[in-house]
Design a protein around this ligand. Structure first.
Ligand SMILES: Cc1cc2nc3c(=O)[nH]c(=O)nc-3n(C[C@H](O)[C@H](O)[C@H](O)COP(=O)(O)OP(=O)(O)OC[C@H]3O[C@@H](n4cnc5c(N)ncnc54)[C@H](O)[C@@H]3O)c2cc1C
Length: 418
């Protein structure tokens, strides 16, 4: 007789938590997910929809670092720090700076490339099982440039991507416009990113995984996890804000930008900042594009979604609780108006949103066991790439928890690296 599989509790019903719950369930475990919000209503709700597996360079690298001072002068620019928050964010930025040596950049790039290897296949596994495979659009995202100098400034990045097997096709401005006639005549060059598809509705992706998880016998509890109780080196009880305590067999923390707070309760330390991003959705954009488009002048993406054209991006360091500044969402309209001359002004149907990316200073997530608490695993810190790497993270965690080998080296993702 075989002993029953351990029961697993997952904190967080974002893309990471739901993908982890789904892969654990596929491995035969009974799984309960706890989240204070309904599935897919945290950061995973409003991202740009990019399955951007070719984005292997770290988010913060030396070239970005040189641009930061200029960006910081503009409160509506691509990156902003609310000045009162700076002392709190300083350790994170110092760690980010330490990760910009060429040796660290090479190691981080290799680890990100490894995570991207099976991103699409793992996504397909979950979407097909959930009956929502139609949400994935297999059309390469187009990057557009204003000038030859801007295009050539990214030649090295394209070379590194190609070296890792993520080749970027390049185009003239006319070829880019042939693909996407809505683009401005001033666009001089285009390029694919080396691997970047998109989904038509990121919220529906997570909700469809949650629906399938429930159909297969999983349980979702909507409540706030107030405290994790540890007894004899094991996480034993989840104290909830309103519901009855949950007794724990094994626990996985996938709580997005809040994960470090839960890890701290367990004695584990992670440097995590909420990299707050914004979107504006224009149901009446007046622009028709067949793919997601990024603009080299400023970070962000314009993605055609079920609900309209979603302009998403920007990075704001202001902590978890500061009120959103929706002027940053409107600033995205001004950015994309530069490349889509016919883009209509936001009307009363336009919607704005802010989400907290769980960002680490080395642009790598935490995936793996707690070194202190023997029945706890972590899956968080995916920053700008959580949608892309969510399903792969879920598979890797399910393999680890089930005692199976992983297809990639997991060292770079350990929590005790901070
Ligand atoms: C503007 C923008 C654009 C982006 N574009 C892309 C993109 O194109 N491609 C890409 O791959 N990624 C993108 N991202 C990043 C991606 O959205 C995130 O990395 C991803 O959503 C993180 O998923 P998560 O499951 O870790 O977090 P979340 O979705 O935030 O889920 C965590 C969950 O944990 C719950 N939780 C936390 N603490 C507790 C507690 N104590 N008790 C109960 N519940 C708790 C929260 O309620 C939340 O639902 C973008 C992000 C933004 C903001």
């Amino acid at each position: 007789m075989t002993s029953p599989q351990p029961h697993i509790t997952v904190i967080g019903a974002g893309i990471i938590g739901m993908a982890t719950a789904a892969f654990l369930q596929r491995a035969g475990h009974q799984v309960t997910v706890v989240d204070r919000l309904p599935p897919g209503e945290g950061c995973s709700f409003g991202n740009a929809g990019g399955i951007a597996f070719g984005e292997i360079m770290p988010t913060i690298h030396p070239k970005i670092f040189t641009k930061i001072p200029g960006w910081l002068l503009d409160p509506l620019g691509p990156l902003t720090i609310r000045w009162r928050y700076l002392p709190k964010a300083l350790p994170w930025f110092l760690a980010a700076a330490r990760n910009t040596t060429s040796k660290r950049i090479a190691a981080i790039t290799a680890a990100r490339a490894a995570l991207g290897l099976r991103a699409v296949a793992d996504f397909e596994t979950l979407l097909k099982a959930a009956g929502s495979h139609d949400l994935m659009v297999y059309r390469e995202t187009l990057r557009v440039f204003d000038s030859k100098a801007q295009f050539e400034a990214e030649a090295e990045e394209r070379r590194v991507k190609a070296e890792h097997g993520f080749s970027c096709e390049v185009f003239s401005g006319d070829e880019a416009r042939e693909m996407e006639p809505a683009l401005s005549p001033h666009i001089s060059h285009g390029a694919f990113h080396g691997g970047w598809f998109f989904v038509k509705n990121p919220e529906r992706v997570v909700k469809s995984l949650a629906a399938e998880f429930l159909r297969q016998g999983g349980k979702i509890i909507q409540d706030d996890v107030a405290r994790i109780e540890v007894v004899d080196g094991k996480a034993k009880i989840l104290q909830l804000k309103t519901g009855a305590p949950i007794s724990l067999d094994r626990l996985v923390v996938c709580a997005g930008a809040y994960s470090h707070l839960l890890a701290k309760q367990l004695g584990d330390h992670a440097l995590l900042e909420a990299e707050r991003g914004y979107h504006i959705v224009l149901p009446n954009s007046g622009v028709s594009v067949s793919r997601s488009i990024t603009y080299a002048r400023t970070p962000g993406a314009a993605t055609p979604m079920e609900m309209g054209l979603r302009l998403a991006g920007t990075d704001e360091f202001a902590g978890l609780d500061a009120a959103p500044n929706y002027k940053r969402a409107d600033a995205l309209y001004k950015v994309f108006k530069q490349i889509f001359p016919n883009l209509n002004e936001p009307d009363e149907q336009a919607t704005r949103w802010m989400g907290r990316r769980p960002g680490t200073p080395d642009s790598l997530p935490v995936i793996g066991p707690s070194p202190r608490i023997s029945n706890v695993w972590y899956g968080f810190g995916h920053g700008h790439m959580g949608l892309t790497w969510g399903p792969t993270t879920g598979r890797l965690l399910a393999e680890m928890i089930s005692g199976k080998p992983q297809n990639i080296d997991m060292t770079a993702f350990r929590i005790d690296r901070f």
